[in-house]
Design a protein. Sequence first.
Lengths: 348, 333
Amino acid sequence: MALDENGAGPQDILLEIRDLKTHFALDEGTVRAVDGVDLDVRRRQVVGVVGESGCGKSMTAMSIMRLIPPPGQIVEGEIRFHRQFDDRTDAKDIVDLAQFESNDRQLRDIRGNQISMVFQEPMTALSPVRTVGKQITEAILLHQDVNKAEARDIAIETLARVKMPNPEQRFDDYPFQLSGGMRQRAVIAMALACRPQLLIADEPTTALDVTTEAQILDLMRELQAEYDMSILYITHNLGVVAEMAEDVVVMYMGKVVERTDVDSIFYNPKHPYTKGLLNSIPRLEDVLQDKREKLNAIEGMVPSPYQRLQGCSFHPRCPDFMPGVCDEAEPQLIQLDEGHAVRCHLYT
Amino acid sequence: MTVYIIQRVMRMIPLLFLLSLVAFLIIQLPPGDYLTEHINALRASGRDVDEAEVERLMKQYALDRPMHVQYLTWLQNILLKGSFGQSFQWGRPVKEVIGDKMALTFLLAILTTVFVWTVSVPIGIYVSVRQYTFTDYLFTMIGFVGLAVPGFLLAMVVMYFSFAWFGLKVGGLFSPEFELQPWSIAKFQNMLTRIWVPVLILGIGGTAHIIRIMRATMLDELRKQYVTVARSKGLSEFAVLMNYPVRIAINPLISSLGFLLPWIISGGTVVEIVLNLPTAAVVLYRSLLSQDMFLAGSIILLVGTLALVGSLLADIALAAVDPRIRFGSVEEM
């Protein structure tokens, strides 16, 4: 993997999200699915986004793609994409994806071309009535200046790259003729066919069995290096984060609560929520030494999405809760040291 | 695909025999038959009955024999001689009576379907992507009115207003001067200028119905992940809709195409009587009233056969557009 931890200058930035707010105005109230997210992705970097279900990690991804289901809407913030041109020269052009209408032409030129996405469920990500090949070549024909035969060659080559067995035969197969793992390979091939600069992966292995999951993770790491792309990897699985990501963003109730590199997350977590998440992973040695019988869970429940808590949104569940502080003022994201930020009153 | 078609055709053969049995039983169920009625009427009026003629008819149709012999004779005549028997009421062979009426009914069914589809499929798609907006509610309301107003009432209203406002008499399929003429290009053109009225009236109910079906299946499909995936490729919204959810949402409609003809026959009879159309439905209705058994039986048999053939074609069409049926593996999704 191409790491450039120290040499990373501002020119290496690929995606900057600033104060992104995506809200759903429902009859029952406003759901603040994404509530002020700041997030950076550098070129050739894998950023992991972790959090419980409903923390807004998927909606952050959908906001970047501008595919938020109605009535969701970006109400504030910027999503600055530093687009490199197809010739891969240094010339860049910065576009704010949050500015467009979701069906805008310019946006559609980027979508599926420079930014593409791999989804959670390979079983339902493909239309059952069109061949795998058709669904892949569609994006190639749309974004590249090639004819059908050339698009077919590109698609088959991409299928081979994602290690699809017999890519030429699979090209004419229908999705239901493929296994789950093969389908996810097809979906990844579909996303990679136009050589994106940013790949958003929303729990791409959650629906797969463990063996297949390991294969797909290996594959994605290889492809990241091979295609020189950045990956925004969304998952609830900390094990996957440890394996995939260089930087990790922890989200809770629509906000980023901690942001740092992957080692600090595991060895030096700061936010009580991050600590709680890590603590809830069962450890094999503990079980073997009879140290622990029950799983450690974070106390309490995620509050109702309609509720807007005063102060820190984690305070009702927080073991380090400070009355009069945490339930009063909302904590800001505090820069602890280079590359480690946390949103918690403990560090003010 | 070939295997599928062969299987499907084989399955149709026992159904056809069952159909012929049912058609035959239906015409046998009421007591008496047209021939005895006819003879009785003649006798009652004191006229002479040609015994030899009665004898010949009795023999030809095995009317004096047990039921199963009658059935076999009837079937044999149809299959071997292509003879559907004699219409006693019209005094002509059944084939002559219903030939062009079946053709007209078929034409009417096809035109009505074309009309219904071209109107309701685009509207159904449109309202599904505009769910709970003003347009959606508007078309839903129009749709329910269309479903609720009986066709014959609509037919009478249209007839009244076209006569009162434009002095047009829209009943029938032909202008009076063409009514009794043999088929010609001029007669056909004349029919085309008039056929839109029954097509419109017969189609209204179906249009409302198909808008509802299309909207419901589209709403189901639009929620599925493959639609979002298609959007994520950068396709335009129109391309996404046409290539993804519509491709699947249209399938239930294709499979319903086979029931077109029975629908026109059974649902449109009253409208066709009001509009004075020479269709098979009207002939069937009259033949049932007068117990013209061979005529009624033949129409039921023909319409049933066409319905079976229709659903065969619809199934083949469905297999052509939906690979899951072609490969015999319909799974979750």
